[in-house]
Design a protein around this ligand. Structure first.
Ligand SMILES: [Cu+2]
Length: 153
């Protein structure tokens, strides 16, 4: 769209990432239209979400570190399709939970975590009752660093 402007950003370390992100968003919109799914938000900005999943189509959690109080509920908002939230250590070695904490995830314990993904515009919530540090991942993208941490005080 603005390719003629792209040289202006040279030297800025984030420019490659931003351009990639924009392409990914466009690809997602095209896929949504092709699927003709009703109810998909044009701009899922999730004002009430604590963590945005895949903002601008990037395979990240934003913020990737969050501190809450025991008993708080954390809400993830999925800005792009094709991701999930896994606090299930049996599904990925990167997941680390405090002792006594219940596993959690946007998919059930019986479901295949590689293919049970969340749609764009949806949210997932989990209430953290046990204090400690939780490292969770997106299963399809854990190996490219789609990892987040929740500290429960
Ligand atoms: Cu992902």
């Amino acid at each position: 769209m603005h390719d003629s402007e792209s040289t202006r950003d040279q030297g800025s370390p984030g420019s490659e990432i931003r351009r990639f992100g924009r392409r990914a968003v466009l690809a997602g919109v095209t896929a949504s239209l092709a699927g003709c799914t009703s109810g998909i938000l044009d701009d899922p900005s999730f004002p009430d979400a604590d963590v945005i999943v895949a903002p601008d189509g990037e395979s990240i959690f934003q913020p990737d570190e969050l501190t809450v109080s025991a008993g708080d509920t954390v809400r993830w908002g999925f800005a792009e399709a094709g991701h999930n939230v896994s606090g299930r250590p049996e599904n990925n070695d990167g997941v680390v939970l405090p002792e006594d904490a219940e596993p959690f995830g946007s998919y059930g314990p019986e479901q295949d975590p590689e293919v049970t993904l969340v749609s764009r515009g949806e949210t997932y919530e989990h209430t953290f009752d046990v204090a400690g540090q939780y490292t969770y991942v997106c299963i399809p993208h854990a190996d490219i660093g789609m990892v987040g941490t929740i500290r429960v005080e």
